[in-house]
Design a protein around this ligand. Structure first.
Ligand code: SF4
Length: 436
């Protein structure tokens, strides 16, 4: 067998964008270490000879952040702080041809499904035996489990299918194997992610298999919380709600991006649903899983959104009282269906609408949090901050939702579950102390 002679190099992986990119970077990290190549995640600038930037190409701000990061490392290369700069991920997948010309100092560009080629470039080989194994880039007590790649949906504003390709479900056995591996390494909370998690199985098994996947994952010893993200409202598999209601490990939490509420806008956005159907689904979710925290994401300022459609969205948010809400200004993305429409809502108005919705949500969240005072909640400890610990309830996903400030003189370990008596609440945080 030919021995590969390689200069001892260190690879620094830099991740931008969403949790799906985090998983891709973790897989790259694991494969490099599996090839005895020293690799780190987001270490300081001059610490590594090679930098791999895993980019995001979703909307304007994210694209700009990716380009700024690439330019920073290209400058570092010119200063001799790094030898090679490689770029992968969504921005590279989407704009490689232009970027190659605009930033010639990048050594090579890779797409979102180019892992083997990237590994080759780094003098490594893809190791199948490592499938299901993953070195985590966070403390490890929670981990993202990417159940599928890509998306088959036609949402008019979205460029993700251009960057991530067609929907591809991972086999249940592979995901269960990955969950066991993560649990053996200390993971207590699994966050199921995808572009569209409710589509799971339709390609591979010709039927929706999310409910079955959840049941299998609940059998994995050591995992205490399973959290469901990126559900799609149209064709929502109701059997998932039965599993959520019956399986205590599944958090009473559902992330279901709705994007809008006006039937006219939902049609323009090609979401395949209406306001009435959306409201019926939300009522069914709350009826089947009492006490559930529903997280959604909305877009303000999509082409065609007049004042009256926006007011309808405000009314919908006021009535529905989402426990968790994210709001984005519409971003006019090339090669999407919406790009052929006039971007007729001025940026200033887009921003004002985002702020109006956030202000409304702040008051809703404050009222909902006030009702938690006096209750006892199970909290997963994420970190220490000054004199307090910071954790989350089953109603909160890392980095995007509320947190619990835990005041105690006791020593708590990161990754511990603690029953906390809630004594105070603000718009987006709860405060409390461990039950003694
Ligand atoms: S489901 Fe999500 S990822 Fe897929 S096209 Fe729609 S918005 Fe984009």
């Amino acid at each position: 067998m030919k021995t590969r002679v390689t200069k001892k190099v260190k690879v620094n992986i830099v991740t931008l964008g969403c949790s799906k990119n985090v998983v891709d970077s973790e897989v790259l990290l694991t494969q490099l270490k599996g090839n005895n190549i020293e690799a780190v995640h987001e270490s300081k600038m001059d610490d590594s000879q090679i930098v791999v930037i895993n980019t995001c190409g979703f909307i304007d701000n994210a694209k700009q952040e990716s380009i700024d990061t690439i330019l920073r490392y290209v400058d570092a290369k010119e200063e001799g702080l790094v030898e090679k700069v490689y770029v992968t991920g969504c921005l590279s997948q989407r704009y490689k041809d232009d970027l190659e010309k605009e930033i010639p100092n990048v050594d090579a560009w890779f797409g979102t499904r180019d892992l083997s080629r990237l590994l080759k470039q780094l003098n490594a080989n893809y190791k199948h035996e490592l499938v299901g194994e993953r070195i985590l880039t966070n403390p490890g007590h929670y981990a993202y489990l990417k159940i599928s790649e890509g998306c088959d949906r036609p949402c008019s504003f979205c460029a993700i299918p251009i960057m991530r390709g067609k929907h591809l479900s991972k086999p249940i056995e592979e995901l269960v194997k990955e969950a066991h591996h993560l649990a053996r390494n200390g993971t207590r909370e699994l966050l199921l992610i995808a572009q569209d998690s409710t589509y799971y199985g339709l390609d591979l098994y010709k039927e929706r298999k999310l409910a079955e996947l959840l049941v299998q994952l609940c059998k994995v010893e050591g995992i205490e919380w399973i959290r469901l993200h990126y559900a799609f409202p149209t064709g929502f598999p109701l059997d998932v709600l039965d599993v959520m209601a019956n399986e205590p490990k599944i958090c009473n939490y559902l992330d279901i991006p709705l994007q809008h509420a006006s039937s006219k806008m939902l049609q323009l956005m090609r979401r395949g649903t209406t306001r009435e159907k959306t409201e019926t689904l939300l009522k069914t979710i709350r009826a089947k899983v009492p006490g559930i925290a529903i997280r959604t994401t909305l877009i303000a300022g999509h082409p065609g959104e007049s004042k009256s459609e926006f007011n309808e969205l405000m009314d919908f948010v006021k009535e529905t009282k989402f426990e968790r809400l994210g709001i984005f200004p519409y971003s006019h993305e090339e090669n999407t269906h919406s790009y052929s429409m006039a971007d007729d809502v001025p940026d200033k108005i887009k921003q004002e609408r985002v702020e109006q919705l956030m202000e409304l949500q702040e008051s809703i969240s404050y009222d909902l949090n006030q009702k938690r005072i006096g209750s006892t909640l199970k909290v997963l400890i994420d970190r220490r901050e000054g004199e307090s610990y910071i954790g989350r309830t089953e109603f909160d996903s890392p980095e995007v939702d509320n947190e619990v400030i835990v005041k105690t003189n006791q020593h708590l370990r990161i990754g511990d579950f603690v029953n906390v008596k809630i004594t105070d609440a603000s718009e987006f945080d709860l405060t409390g102390a461990p039950l003694t």
